[in-house]
Structure formats: structure tokens, C-alpha cells
Design a protein around this ligand. Structure first.
Ligand SMILES: Nc1nc2c(c(=O)[nH]1)N[C@H]1C(S)=C(S)[C@@H](COP(=O)(O)O)O[C@H]1N2
Ligand SMILES: [Mo]
Length: 166
């Protein structure tokens, strides 16, 4: 949706806020210095194509979670990308071991067309939950529906149950 945004490492930042004890705004260098992981997973677009065995490298969502210390009321996260693109997920989905904020794919820096400098990867959900060009995570008590979810796509988005439409 929309065009590929320009990336300037000098001005880019990444914010995590909402219902957390320790909101943060990180520079690109600070993001790259967080603990990292590698996870290989498949990727499924709701329109029917898949790309298998993607080797993602980045920050486990759990690292961000523990850094910001969510309040007890925080149950969901809204993911805000460049432009108007948003999606959201329950915290328990994001705390799965294979969820990360990726900045490398298959041994290369993540290309801007594929969401560089930073994209969410949620392998157990259709790829519209894996937002590209992420700039902000907001912890919330109630779920805020995302861009495609407001337009009729499934909010649960499980590819194994083919949950495509709301
Ligand atoms: N910001 C943003 N993220 C997005 C999208 C988008 O339009 N904007 N499209 C989603 C959809 S529907 C798919 S299938 C994947 C495509 O990822 P790719 O371009 O790396 O193949 O990105 C997802 N994340
Ligand atoms: Mo998609």
C-alpha cells in the first residue's frame, strides 16, 4: 500500500509507547545494538502466494517487550508503519518465539522494498500482519484494528485455517 518510503539513518527513529512503564525512542544505531536473533520461517500472503525458508535476523519482540515493561492492562500492540499502514496483534501472538523486528533477510540487509530498515515478522499470521517500514509500537488495552483489518480482512489471520476475511 502506497510507495516505498525513503530511509535516512540520521533522522529515522523507532518509538515504543502506550501502556508501558518505560517508553523509548531509539535511533537506528540503538536499534542495531539491541540483542538479536535469527529465525527461519515461511511467509504467506493472503492472496495465495508463499515464500518458504526466509532467514530473518533482528530483534526478538520479547526483547522490546522486556525493555519497555508493559503495564498489566496492556493486552495488544498497534504497529504503526510509514504512511497510513497499521496492523495490530494480541501480545500473546507477538510473544511467540518466531516473532521479530527484522533488519536482515537471507544474509543481506533487508531491502527497502521488503520493509527495510525495520519490519515486523509474524510467521503464524498472514503477511499483512508483518508490517514493513515500522516506526512505532503502541501498547494498548483494547485492540485498534489495522489498515486491512478495517477493510474486511480477518483480524485473526491464521493461514492454516485460511482466515482471510472478517
Ligand atoms: N507498511 C506495509 N507493510 C506491509 C504491506 C504494506 O502494504 N505496507 N503489505 C503487507 C502484505 S499484504 C504482504 S503480502 C507483505 C509483502 O511483503 P514483501 O513485499 O516483503 O513481499 O507485506 C505486508 N506488510
Ligand atoms: Mo499480502
Amino acid at each position: 500500500m502506497g510507495s516505498v518510503p525513503a530511509f535516512d539513518p540520521k533522522t529515522w527513529d523507532f518509538t515504543v509507547d502506550g501502556l508501558v512503564k518505560n517508553a523509548v525512542k531509539l535511533t537506528y544505531a540503538e536499534v542495531l545494538n539491541l540483542p538479536k536473533t535469527v529465525n527461519i520461517s515461511d511467509f504467506h500472503c493472503v492472496t495465495g502466494w508463499s515464500r518458504l525458508d526466509n532467514r530473518w535476523e533482528g530483534i526478538p519482540f520479547k526483547v522490546i517487550h522486556d525493555l519497555v515493561k508493559p503495564l498489566d492492562e496492556a493486552k495488544y500492540v498497534t504497529v504503526v508503519a510509514e504512511g497510513d499502514y497499521t496492523t495490530s496483534l494480541p501480545l500473546n501472538n507477538l510473544l511467540e518465539d518466531d516473532v521479530l523486528l527484522a533488519y536482515r533477510l537471507d544474509g543481506q540487509p533487508l531491502k527497502v522494498e521488503h520493509g527495510g530498515p525495520l519490519r515486523l515478522v509474524v510467521p503464524k499470521k498472514y503477511a499483512y500482519k508483518s508490517a514493513k517500514w515500522v516506526r512505532k509500537l503502541r501498547f494498548t488495552e483494547r485492540q485498534e484494528l489495522g489498515y486491512w483489518e478495517k477493510r474486511g480482512y480477518s483480524n485473526t489471520a491464521d493461514p492454516w485455517n485460511e482466515e482471510r476475511y472478517a
